[in-house]
Design a protein around this ligand. Sequence first.
Ligand SMILES: [Zn+2]
Length: 279
Amino acid sequence: MSTVLVLYMPVIHETYLELIDSQRWDEIFIIENSLAIELVDSLRKDLRALNAETVKSILVRRDGARPAFVVSGATAIFDQSTQFVLPDEDVSHAFAKRFLHGREVEFRNVFLRYDRKRTTEPFEPNPDEVITTDQFARDMIARCDELATKSPDWWRQIGGLIVKEGKIIEELQMFNEAKPFGMVPYELGDPRSNFKKGLHPDLTLVLHVEQGLVSEAARLGIALEGADLYVSTFPCPWCATAVAYSGIGRVYYRDGYAMLDGEEILKSNGVELIRVVEP
Ligand SMILES: [Zn+2]
C-alpha cells in the first residue's frame, strides 16, 4: 500500500517542510489554487498564496527524488490501494469529502495556518505555574468573583483587578460592562444574541474587564509595568494583546480558555501565566 500526502500549501515555511520531511511519502499532492478556493471560498482572500506549480517545482528542486504533483479537480483520481494523510484543516476535510469518500484517510494534527477551526476554536492554555495554596492569590480571585457578580452582562460575568507591590490598586477593580452604560443591551437588545458562543466575539457592546483596566490605568496615569492582573477568566485575544503590551508582568486566572494567539502573545511578551485553582 502506498502512502501519500495531500495538502494545500500556499506558502513555504518550516512547519510545512517538517510535515513533508516527517516520513517517506510515496507521493505528495499539492492542491491546486482554484480547487482550494472551490473547496473553501475564503481562500480567495489569501493574497500570500503561491501558485501550486511553483510550490511543486521548489519541492522537486529541494528533493528531486520525491515525486510531487499538483492535483486539480480533474486529476483527483487515486489508486484504490492508497492511504491518504492530510493536515487537519478545513481545506483538507473539504477535499476528503469530495474526492476521498470511503478511502483510508488520516488527518494529521499540525498547525500550518489559521484556517476557520484554528481561528474560532478555544483551547486549554498552558500556564507557567499552577498554584493551589497561595492564600493571597486565592483571595484575589475570590475578589474577582465578587466583582463579577456586579456585571450586568448576565451571559458572561467577569471580574478583574490590578495588584502592585502586593496591594490592590483601589481604582483598578472592574467587571465587564456594556458601554456607554451597563444597561444598554436591555434597552436596544444585545447584538451577541444573534450569534452562537465564540462566533463574532468582537460584535459586542461590552467593554471587557482587561481592556477596561488598561484604559482606566492610562486615564489615571497609573503605570502597569510589572503589575499583576487577576482575572476570573483567561483573557480573550484582544485583551491578551492589550495586556501583553501594557507592561503587566503576570496574569493570574482561574478558568477559561485561550483563543487565536491570546496565549502566545502574552508569553512572547514575557508575561507569566499563573492559574489559581482550588486545592
Ligand atoms: Zn477580552
